[in-house]
Every structure is written in structure tokens, then in C-alpha cells.
Design a protein around this ligand. Structure first.
Ligand code: TYD
Length: 206
């Protein structure tokens, strides 16, 4: 089972991805917990370029391709092999981030991005995607102090508002794959809700 977490800045998805992985492991399941951009030596290098190198003045298309280069490496070297071994994969962000950030955020065409994603992932899609939805002001306030913000966190409120709206639209359009959670709920009750959702979904598969 391949489970991804999505959300705007400071939505708490990294914590929830970790909590879910811990709970699955406590049940004796093998879990690969990973994240994007990153997760491999190449991905870690690309993450540094993508998040912190303002002076490179990446174009939107270059940004989309680098995100997908990181994704291709992660899918081929770690995610697909883990799924083939029958393990759980929990990924903090995946292809839907590209549609939300480079699509709605940067204004790139969704169809074109979808074909880049399809090439990068060789068609791999998550079984379940957890959207942690928070008002953008709340999420940004949870993040680093202003002068330590990465290239994305430093974007204008309007950018983050478009990203949030795109996530909600994606979740609405595909309720078979997406589950939407209120990211302002306390972390413990959120972790319980997510756990319940995963258990229900697994119950339906067996
Ligand atoms: P992340 O490490 O999740 O940051 P945070 O936990 O602070 O939200 O993601 C880094 C940034 O990369 C995040 O601002 C969103 C952005 N991103 C994209 O723009 N496109 C993508 O395809 C991915 C995977 C991430």
C-alpha cells in the first residue's frame, strides 16, 4: 500500500506521516517512510537547489523538471522495490505537490505537468492520499521565522492560497483516493482519524 501526505506549508503532514509509519511498524509491518523532494542522494542534492538557491532563478519549467527528476529517482530506486516486496510506503509529498505548486502556484499547464509526472513515475500512483488542510495564514505562522523561509515559504499569500484551493479541488475530484483532514485539529486526534481511515481501507482490500 502506497500512502502519500499532501498539504500547504505548516499543515503538519510530516508529523502525521511519521505517526502513521510508527503505528504501522508497531503492528509489525515494514514501512518505508520517505519524502519529496529528496529521499535519495540525488534527491537530497536537488532539494538543496530547489529550496535554497534563490540566485539560480529557476524557471517554473526547470523547477517542475527537477522535482520530477528527484521523484523518478525515488520511485525507481526505493518506492517501487519496496512495494514489490509487499511493504508499506508512506511518502511526505508526491506528484500532487507538483500539480498544486507548479500548476496552480506557478501557473504551468496541468496536462503538461501530468505527462511529465507520468514519465517520472512510470505511471505509479498512490493508493491513498491524505490531505491536511489548514488556512494558509495558520500554516505559514507555524513555519520558520521569516528570514529563514525557503523559496516556497517565501512566496506571497496569493500563491499559497492558490495551492490550497488546488489541493481541495484535487481531493474533491477523486474521492476514491483522497481523504481530507482538518489540519488545525490536535495532532493526537488527527493521528487517530488517519489511522482509522487506513485501517478501514485495508479492511476493504482483504
Ligand atoms: P517540504 O519538505 O514538504 O516542506 P514543508 O514540510 O516545509 O512543507 O516541501 C518542500 C517544498 O517543496 C514545499 O514548499 C513544496 C515544494 N514542492 C513543490 O513545489 N513541488 C513538488 O513537486 C514537491 C514534491 C514539493
Amino acid at each position: 500500500m502506497f500512502i502519500t501526505f499532501e498539504g500547504t506549508e505548516g499543515s503538519g503532514k510530516s508529523l502525521q506521516a511519521r505517526r502513521l509509519s510508527e503505528r504501522l511498524r508497531a503492528q509489525g509491518r515494514v514501512v518505508l517512510l520517505t519524502h519529496e523532494p529528496g529521499g535519495t542522494p540525488l534527491g537530497t542534492e536537488l532539494r538543496g537547489l530547489l529550496l535554497h538557491r534563490d540566485e539560480l532563478q529557476l524557471t517554473g519549467r526547470a523547477e517542475a523538471l527537477l522535482m520530477n527528476a528527484s521523484r523518478a529517482q525515488l520511485v525507481e530506486t526505493l518506492i517501487r522495490p519496496a512495494l514489490e516486496r509487499g511493504e508499506f510506503v508512506v511518502c511526505d509529498r508526491f506528484a500532487d505537490s507538483t500539480l498544486a505548486y507548479q500548476g496552480a502556484g506557478r501557473g504551468l499547464d496541468g496536462q503538461e505537468l501530468a505527462s511529465v509526472i507520468s514519465f517520472a513515475t512510470a505511471g505509479l500512483q498512490p493508493d491513498m492520499t491524505m490531505l491536511l488542510d489548514v488556512p494558509v495564514e495558520v500554516g505559514l505562522a507555524r513555519k520558520h521565522v521569516q528570514d529563514q523561509r525557503n523559496r516556497f515559504e517565501a512566496e506571497a499569500l496569493a500563491f499559497h492560497t492558490r495551492v490550497r484551493a488546488a489541493y481541495l479541488a484535487q481531493a474533491h475530484a477523486d474521492p476514491q483516493r483522497w481523504w481530507c483532514f482538518d489540519g488545525t485539529e490536535p495532532p493526537d486526534s488527527l493521528a487517530d482519524s488517519i489511522w482509522q481511515t487506513v485501517m478501514e481501507r485495508m479492511g476493504r482490500r482483504t
